[in-house]
Write a protein that binds this ligand. Structure first.
Ligand SMILES: Nc1ncnc2c1ncn2[C@@H]1O[C@H](COP(=O)(O)OP(=O)(O)OP(=O)(O)O)[C@@H](O)[C@H]1O
Ligand SMILES: [Mg+2]
Length: 477
């Protein structure tokens, strides 16, 4: 396994993602929430000043005595919760000059002498509001012209308290943000560590499988996606180990099967070198050698076909084939062989149109008839017949009245290299395996029914489309 680059680890990526997320959320709070909070507080202050300003404007005394002003300023200042300043316009026009005539703060009024909002109200002859900075403090202010003409009332309220609240919120957000960032980093890394540990286990298991070691089960009982992945891996491991076992068995069996006739041939060659051998024995040896060579050739062909079937390279055709006609051909082909082996070979003729590959069906038929002739005692009757069957199929049946195949063997006869009688001389046990796979490749089935006195192999194929239509029509009718 390659040492993992920590910069490429899922853990780091996940924690960074969480950090970016938290930082983003914090940035949003900072950029949107805090300014809007500040705006709202200022607006609320301005709104409260605006709401009292008209009334305070109307109730301002138009002349002296001094006590009247004193009373007014006190009342107005407490009503508005603001500093109240009254100006008189000395010079009006584009740039009016104002002079403070009353100030609730009683101090030096120099700081508000040139208040920009008061000047603006004097110039525009209408109420204005906004914020101004004075001596490092921000104020919410409302200025409006009042009677008599030329007087301006200014309400000025410090925003220090309100902005201090915003400052506190800002600080808290920063502190909470810093905490959240640290937490995101820790939690992200922790979570990622848990996940990466599981991922690493899977990676380790996959590496083992890649190295051809299939014996370690992959376990992850959790129900999340990683658990699912682990279970898929486990299924893959089991399947691969099955395939690997089958492959080993196949190679072992195949080499064993190849070795037997080769060994026999080698023995006969040695015997033939004996010069004292009479002509008759020599001829017998040669005949046996020819048989072994045939067996080798057949075996090589079978193995090649199986390899092609495994690789999915065996192409089968789906053409209309008359199984009845094909059964007759097979019967004729095997009549002499059956006769020589003291078997009766019977043909039951019938029409049975099917869809399939003529050559492959013949191959299956030959394997079945050969078996029926070879694995049954002399005197056995073998019947070849084709027929239309249920569910829009047609069948080719090879039946014999031999001793039958016992239940425990019947379950395995379609397996590669399986021989029910165990006799190595009879064959290599590939005939039925190939026949079965060919039948499936044509979209059909090959089934066995066997009891003492009757063994029947049935190749079932889809009937031709016109036959199927006819059957459907008759079902509907
Ligand atoms: N009609 C039958 N009656 C009794 N036993 C049968 C019959 N057909 C097949 N068998 C049994 O099933 C086994 C498997 O048959 P299969 O055709 O696959 O192999 P084989 O005939 O031994 O060898 P191969 O066909 O590869 O030369 C046979 O060895 C035989 O024992
Ligand atoms: Mg056979």
């Amino acid at each position: 396994m390659k040492p993992a680059n920590p910069l490429h680890s899922v853990g780091l990526k996940l924690s960074l993602a969480l950090v970016v997320l938290v930082a983003g959320a914090l940035g949003l709070v900072y950029a949107i929430v805090i300014p809007s909070l500040e705006r709202n507080l200022i607006n609320a202050r301005l709104q409260s000043l605006r709401s009292v300003a008209p009334e305070l404007g109307h109730s301002a005394p138009s002349s002296y005595p001094f006590e009247q002003w004193q009373l007014y300023l006190e009342r107005a200042s407490s009503t508005a919760d603001a500093r109240v300043v009254v100006y008189e316009t000395l010079v009006s026009g584009e740039r009016p000059i104002l002079s403070v005539i009353e100030d609730s703060h009683n101090l030096d009024s120099g700081d508000v002498q040139d208040d920009p909002l008061a000047i603006k109200a004097a110039r525009a002859f209408e109420p204005v509001d906004g914020t101004v900075m004075r001596g490092g403090t921000r104020y919410a202010e409302v200025a409006r012209p009042i009677a008599p003409v030329g007087r301006i009332l200014l309400l000025s309220s410090s925003l220090d308290d309100a902005l201090a609240n915003v400052d506190t919120v800002q600080k808290r957000v920063l502190e909470a943000g810093a905490l959240a960032l640290v937490a995101a980093l820790v939690v992200g890394y922790g979570l990622a560590y848990l996940f990466t540990r599981r991922i690493r286990r899977l990676e380790f298991a996959a590496e083992k499988i890649a190295d051809g070691v299939f014996d370690a089960p992959i376990e992850d009982p959790s129900g999340d996606e990683l658990g699912e992945l682990a279970r898929a891996f486990e299924r893959m491991r089991l399947r691969l180990s099955q395939l690997e076992r089958a492959r080993r068995e196949f190679v072992a069996n195949a080499s064993h099967e190849l070795r037997t006739p080769l060994f026999a041939l080698r023995g006969f060659i040695e015997l033939l070198t004996d010069e004292e051998l009479d002509e008759h024995t020599r001829r017998e040896f040669l005949l046996t050698m020819a048989e072994q060579a045939d067996r080798l050739q057949r075996l090589a062909e079978d193995l090649l076909d199986l390899t092609r079937l495994d690789a999915g390279r065996l192409r089968v055709e789906h053409r209309p084939v008359d199984l009845g006609e094909l059964a007759r051909d097979l019967w004729e082909e095997f009549r002499a062989v059956a006769h020589a082996g003291d078997h009766r070979l019977e043909l039951i003729e019938a029409d049975a149109p099917a869809l399939g590959d003529d050559e492959r069906i013949r191959r299956i038929g030959r394997a079945l008839i050969e078996n029926a002739l070879r694995h049954t005692p002399p005197g056995t009757t073998v019947r070849v017949h084709a027929a239309r069957a249920a569910f829009a199929t047609s069948a080719l049946v090879i039946e014999d009245d031999g001793p039958g195949i016992a239940e425990e063997h019947a379950r395995h006869v379609f397996e590669r290299f399986y021989r029910a009688d165990g006799g190595h001389a009879s064959g290599s046990g590939l005939g039925l395996a190939i026949a079965h796979e060919l039948a499936e490749a044509m979209g059909g089935t090959l089934e066995l029914e066997s009891r003492s006195g009757r063994t029947a192999f049935t190749l079932r194929l889809l009937a031709t489309s016109s036959e199927r239509e006819q059957e459907q029509a008759s079902v509907l009718a």
